[in-house]
Design a protein around this ligand. Structure first.
Ligand code: G3P
Ligand code: MG
Length: 256
């Protein structure tokens, strides 16, 4: 049975250490955070690595598309200086290195499958194949994605593992307002997910209640404001992703 914590460190603990790095995993563990969320992509030669963007510029000293880089290329890059001098020299981790650190620090994992375009199935298969060889604690593992094809592949590869459907805001054609995909419940049903991971922009009280009514767990990203976190908690949100997970943990009510 899925055992979600109330707060999940977003991309590790992104307010305190460079996102999607081993240092971020250790930072979350040092703060007593129970789970982290990490993004996985594939290199050109099919090695699963932790990375968020399609391109290298924002978080490394490299440039260009990650989908065009081999692991050998990735290893040459530096992924800490952009964040702060004290992180200079750190590397982009492989998923395998990250999993070893998570197991070592006894952390739960929400692995977000974030494929480069066209690599939805391969990314899922590579990540789940690896997890299946080294991850035992399925109560503390959630596979999520915005990509339906990736969740479908996840269901094919590991039907019993918990899946989460990520939902970003969509623009209403008439009003332009940011709304939830009106078909979310059918999609969730088809993909057989346990959680609905909502952008905070679409996590209204009505939406959260509808998710609960559908017997699914509502999760919300990315929540860095303690007051907002308390409100989500009062509406029945099971877990929140935060860049400052220690602050949110401290400010949530202990009795749900
Ligand atoms: O999984 C929650 C959140 O990480 C989704 O958005 O862009 O931060 O990966 P993003
Ligand atoms: Mg993510």
């Amino acid at each position: 049975m899925l055992k979600l914590p109330k707060v999940i460190g977003h991309r590790g603990a992104a307010a305190y250490a460079p996102e999607n790095t081993i240092e971020g995993i250790h930072t979350a563990a040092d703060m007593g955070i129970e789970w982290v969320e990490l993004d996985v992509k594939l290199t050109k030669d099919d090695i699963p690595i932790l990375f968020h963007d399609e391109t290298l510029e924002r978080t490394t000293n490299g440039s260009g598309f990650i989908a065009e880089m081999t692991y050998e290329d990735i290893k040459q890059l530096e992924a800490g200086s952009w964040y702060g001098d004290s992180f200079a020299g750190i590397k982009i981790p492989t998923l395998e290195e990250a999993i070893e650190a998570l197991i070592d620090r006894n952390l739960g994992l929400n692995l977000e499958i974030k494929p480069c375009p066209g690599r939805e199935v391969e990314t899922t298969e590579a990540a789940l194949d690896l997890l299946s060889t080294i991850w035992d604690d399925h109560d503390r593992l959630l596979i999520s994605s915005f990509q339906h094809v990736s969740l479908e592949a996840s269901k094919d590869v590991a039907q019993d593992w918990s899946r989460g459907l990520l939902l970003a805001p969509e623009n209403d054609e008439e009003t332009g307002a940011e709304v939830i995909n009106p078909n979310w419940a059918e999609i969730a049903d088809y993909l057989d997910v346990k959680t609905i991971n909502l952008s905070r922009k679409i996590a209204s009280r009505d939406v959260i209640e509808a998710v609960i009514d559908a017997e699914l767990h509502p999760l919300v990203f990315t929540v860095n404001d303690p007051l907002e976190a308390r409100q989500f908690q009062s509406w029945g949100v099971d877990a929140m992703f935060s860049d400052e997970p220690d602050v949110i943990v401290e400010n949530l009510l202990t009795v749900h």
